[in-house]
Design a protein around this ligand. Structure first.
Ligand code: 5AD
Ligand code: SF4
Length: 443
């Protein structure tokens, strides 16, 4: 059997920003193969770039696969990529005939070959974790958005007991310094004003510079700071244990490094942090934040939380709430614990009942939301720059990001996507703010 070469493709990414980056790179690669991006119903090839971090992710993927049909009723070629692919592997092709290709997050650079194999009737599965191979094999040219992602590090060696990432993304690896500078320059040449450095443990990134000296993330940030045309640098997501003094200092003296830090803590009780194998305590985490705030007093802090980890008592949970009170995050992500097959926590005693998790999540989110509104309101009256990322609903309206990663609406009929605009924040809601454009002073 020989199927036609797909002409149109659709990549759908679920989950984290690293998946978004991977999805963009897959699209660039398929584009270089002569295919064009399209909507799901028109696509001859659909790539589901999946996430396995929580909930019944695999079940969601199977039901999505079942629904995939082209407008003419025929079935597109289907590739399952990402972390569900890595975790479920060939089981996916056994369970559903509809899937033609299964490709893990470290092997997607082979997608074009795999499409060719699928055309001749094979059902290729590639779950290699070869690390950095894929980056070398991807197109050098980048399509940049005003705010672009750059994966600098992948994988995780921390083995938090609830987490699948060390199994699906493999061991911690850092992409080489010189390659990253090249890719960053290519992004800026293509129009990027802001680059967000990505990694599961981005602050564990380490490499050697051109003289063979060891550089950490702070060194990389300081080099990127010197790229003309690049206006903003961000990084996500970080582990408290890899928050080096150098990186904290960079928050104080690198102007392009935005005042925002996502530093997950997961829980406020030392007993639970230990059971999670987080390898930091409540106090050591809070002391890091003190130092970061000393370096950059206006920094917006963000975090991740899990409620209902096995064995979490009411008083453990109260400690999470009190930590949140102490930190006052500008924004945070919180989840109910979800047992992941193959992780140590999944078989721990004292799994917490769903009703208890529901109630704890509601209380935690109510508190986090209150702090988020307070943070937003405290920026009213401040002057700042916005990076305009997309059009708003109204005529002449734009949505841009503040330095603190808030979405701000502004009327600026003359502006264009990618502009940096001076505004004063005039109103603040829980999820978005309004800004007034500042008139440029006459020259
Ligand atoms: N259950 C619930 N939340 C999880 N996370 C990771 N694994 C799990 C799990 N098994 C959350 C953590 C992490 C974020 C990306 O997802 O808070 O920081
Ligand atoms: Fe998962 Fe922990 Fe690694 Fe984060 S640090 S990816 S939560 S194992």
């Amino acid at each position: 059997m020989n199927r036609e070469k797909p002409k149109k493709f659709h990549v759908k990414s679920f989950g984290c920003q690293m998946n978004v980056y991977d999805g963009e790179r897959m699209a660039e690669m398929l584009g270089e193969e002569g295919m064009t991006a399209s909507g799901k119903e028109d696509a001859d090839l659909v790539v589901l770039n999946t996430c396995h971090i929580r909930e019944k992710a695999a079940e969601k993927v199977y039901s999505e696969i079942g629904r995939l049909k082209k407008k003419d009723g025929s079935k597109p070629m289907i590739a399952v990529a990402g972390c569900v692919a890595q975790a479920e592997g060939a089981e996916i092709t056994r369970r559903t005939k509809a899937v033609d290709i299964v490709v893990g997050p470290q092997a997607y650079h082979k997608l074009p070959e795999m499409v060719a194999e699928a055309r001749s009737g094979e059902r290729p599965v590639d779950l290699d974790l070869p690390g950095l191979d894929k980056f070398g094999a991807l197109p050098r040219k980048r399509k940049s958005a005003p705010s672009s992602f750059l994966t600098v590090q992948e994988g995780c060696d921390k083995f938090c007991t609830y987490c699948v990432v060390p199994y699906t993304r493999g061991a911690e690896i850092s992409r080489p310094y010189a390659k990253l500078i090249d890719e960053a320059k290519a992004l800026v040449d293509g129009g990027a004003k802001e680059i967000t450095l990505l990694g599961q443990n981005v602050n564990a990134w380490a490499s050697e510079d051109d003289k063979g000296n060891r550089v950490g993330l702070d060194g990389l940030i300081r080099t990127l700071d010197r790229i003309d045309g690049l206006k903003r640098i961000r990084y996500t997501t970080s582990h408290p244990n890899d928050m080096s003094e150098g990186l904290i200092a960079a928050h104080g003296d690198v102007e392009k490094l935005m005042p925002y830090l996502h530093l997950p803590v997961q829980a406020g009780s030392d007993r639970i942090l230990k059971a999670m194998n987080r390898s930091h305590s409540r106090t050591s985490y809070l002391r890091i934040l003190d130092r970061v705030r000393a370096a950059r007093p206006d920094i917006a802090l963000s975090g991740d939380f899990i409620v209902g980890f096995p064995g979490e008592s009411d008083s453990d949970f109260e400690e999470t709430l009190s930590l949140v009170e102490e930190v006052r995050y500008s924004q945070a992500f919180s989840f109910k614990y979800s047992p992941r097959p193959g992780t140590p926590a999944a078989t721990m005693q004292d799994q917490v009942p769903m009703e208890v998790m529901d109630e704890r999540l509601q209380r935690l989110q109510a508190l986090l939301n209150r702090h988020q509104i307070e943070f937003n309101q405290a920026t009213v009256g401040k002057r700042c720059e916005l990076l305009l990322e997309r059009k708003g609903k109204l005529d002449g309206q734009w949505i841009g990001k503040s330095p603190w990663l808030q979405s701000v609406h502004v009327l600026a009929p003359e502006a264009q996507i990618g502009d940096m605009l001076d505004v004063t924040i005039s109103e603040a809601g829980p999820n978005s703010l309004k800004g007034e454009m500042l008139m440029k002073e006459a020259a």
